[in-house]
Design a protein around this ligand. Structure first.
Ligand code: FAD
Ligand code: NAI
Length: 502
């Protein structure tokens, strides 16, 4: 069936026939709106995402040399390092987010933002399919009406695509996790954790001491002893010790947090001296740490965990829980795994799009990938995404200096790496500035480095203040930095804002 032809939108779009195959062969054909930014006859750079990679690129790219189109269903940047502080209200959710348009408004040049989800990257047509469009902000041409409706599917044409869609929580296919667990990756997750944790406290408070249901409701299990799991467990324990104890002392003393980690250590990326310090702090604050223990099944109110002792003996335990926080790392999104199939050189990719040293997706000459959706052997951190974005902005600047670059690159299908080298574009060089993690009880661990040189390694209260200063410096906007610092001052005087419905 041929859909009714949609109207053309002047300046920027046309229609495209897309054949859709079904089991019996090609049977349907639909027209889809195609949007192409033709302003100034500059190359169109389409950037997917509004996280560390995408926003750091937006901050650094010269938008006078390119038409830049951002696409993301999340209309704000999220400062993830402080996300574990938000479920209990140490820091307010609104303090760690910044609207995409606030970053875009600071730029000179042509920037558009589509609040929409990219569902497919169509390499042959050089387009990205977008769906669920909520709003479109065309900052350089605010009166240009694209004629898009909320349910329309449209395609945006790109000359260069930058994929920075991040990743999603990995359940490893463990039964029950998706249905019963809470993740902590985005703002809605933080709100869900708070609601669940506080309603469990309310329910438990109505039950008599000694009731097993009261004990279950007051049990929080955090699965994954990586930094997300440890920081979240520490923040929850802080709320119990510093806030809940003041007005519900008997409930507070019964709350038990379990931290479950499959490896023999928590915070595996830190050196052993710091990980054992971290384990001590967690245990002293009464968090029960289960090492060498992997959760294998989750039911509505309990989970099964298997512990493998050093001698190889396996014991199984059942842990009833009221709140389950699942923090076992991430996996690629479907838009990325679909691309693995479309590009022959990516067919073997598993963890992310394999990129070369210029952040170009191997097997293409027009798609770059940065951040968690790129695989280059570096860890999936904000630090890496941010540096890759800064580097890529420099690559785009260098490309714009040579008037023939774009045409020559478009012709180049082989030895693309060599072409970049010939043009004097240096490979990406990652500088590791170290790692920090908050443990709770106003203690943190830090290993501050510059590449291979180490400047500070330590743990404790002083490190906690170092952690705060460095995190405040890392925040990408002045408004957000101001709000976070104000939240920390407020915390010292008025304790946490922890409301179930907010
Ligand atoms: P993200 O920042 O996750 O951004 C992805 C973006 O893509 C989002 O805007 C999302 O809405 C958008 N998107 C998703 N799907 C689509 C789609 N289909 N179409 C268009 N857009 C899409 N790293 C550190 O270095 N230090 C830390 O202290 C630290 N703390 C962390 C704490 C927590 C709780 C978490 C979860 C992570 C932390 N990280 C930290 C890791 C860091 O957040 C990630 O490595 C970083 O966010 C990766 O950046 P990114 O741009 O690749 O992805
Ligand atoms: P992670 O991948 O770092 O840690 C997940 C942990 O879960 C691993 O230690 C793994 O052994 C464990 N695990 C997996 N399956 C399990 C199971 N079934 N049962 C028990 N344990 C299981 O994930 P995380 O913490 O979400 O971090 C993701 C990325 O973000 C990392 O690169 C990390 O460095 C970064 N990050 C950095 C922070 C910081 O620097 N302070 C804070 C948070 C995240």
């Amino acid at each position: 069936a041929l859909n009714a032809a949609r109207r053309f939108v002047r300046q920027a779009s046309g229609t495209l026939g897309v054949a859709k195959a079904n089991a019996g062969g090609v049977s349907s054909f639909k027209t889809c709106k195609v949007i192409e930014n033709t302003l100034g006859n500059k190359p169109n750079v389409v950037v997917l995402g509004s996280g560390w990679g995408a926003i750091s690129l937006l901050q650094n790219i010269d938008a006078r040399k390119y038409n830049v189109t951002m696409v993301s269903p999340r209309n704000y940047f999220l400062f993830t390092p402080l996300l574990p502080s938000t479920p209990v209200g140490t820091v307010d959710e609104k303090s760690i987010i910044e609207p995409v348009v606030n970053f875009a408004l600071k730029k000179k040049g042509n920037i558009s933002y589509y609040e929409a989800k990219a569902t497919s990257i169509n390499t042959e047509r050089k387009t990205v399919t977008i769906q669920a469009v909520s709003t479109v902000a065309q900052l350089a041409q605010p009166d240009n009406h694209l004629g898009l409706n909320q349910n329309d599917e449209a395609e945006i044409k790109y000359d260069y695509l930058v994929s920075a869609v991040g990743a999603e929580p990995n359940t490893f296919g463990i039964p029950g996790v998706q249905e019963h667990g809470n993740f902590l990756k985005e703002i809605p997750h933080s709100l869900e954790i708070r609601k669940r944790f506080l309603s469990n406290i309310e329910k438990a408070n109505l039950l008599p001491k000694g009731d097993p249901e009261r004990k279950r409701l007051l049990t929080i299990v955090v699965v994954g002893g990586g930094p997300t799991g440890v920081e979240t467990a520490g923040e929850l324990q802080d709320y119990i010790d510093q806030d809940l104890k003041r007005f519900m002392p008997s409930v507070a003393e019964e709350v038990q947090i379990h931290l479950v980690e499959a490896l023999p250590v928590v915070l595996n990326m830190f050196e052993r001296k710091l990980t054992s310090y971290a384990q001590d702090v967690l245990q002293k604050t009464s968090i029960k740490v289960h090492l060498r223990t992997a959760v294998s099944k989750v039911e509505k109110d309990h989970l099964i965990a298997k512990t493998k002792a050093e001698d190889g003996a396996v014991t199984e335990q059942t842990i009833p829980y009221g709140t389950l926080i699942w923090a076992t790392g991430n996996k690629p999104l479907s838009i990325v795994t679909d691309l693995f199939k479309k590009i022959p050189q990516q067919n073997e990719s598993r963890r992310g799009l394999a990129v070369n040293s210029n952040m170009l997706v191997k097997g293409t000459n027009d798609i770059f990938a940065i951040g968690d959706n790129a695989f280059s052997g570096l860890p999936p951190t904000a630090q890496v995404a941010h540096q890759q974005a800064e580097y890529l902005a420099k690559v785009f600047a260098k490309m714009a200096k040579n008037p023939n670059f774009h045409a020559e690159l478009a012709k180049r299908t082989e030895k693309v790496d060599l072409f970049f080298e010939e043009q004097g574009i240096k490979p990406f060089d990652y500088i590791h500035y170290g790692a920090l993690a908050y443990l709770g009880a106003e203690k943190a661990i830090a290993n501050i480095t510059y590449g291979k040189r180490s400047f500070y390694t330590g743990g404790g209260v002083l490190t906690f203040y170092v952690w705060r200063v460095l995190y405040a410096m890392m925040i990408l906007s002045a408004r957000s930095r101001y709000k976070v610092i104000a939240d920390w001052f407020k915390l010292a005087i008025f304790k946490r804002d922890c409301f179930k419905e907010l």
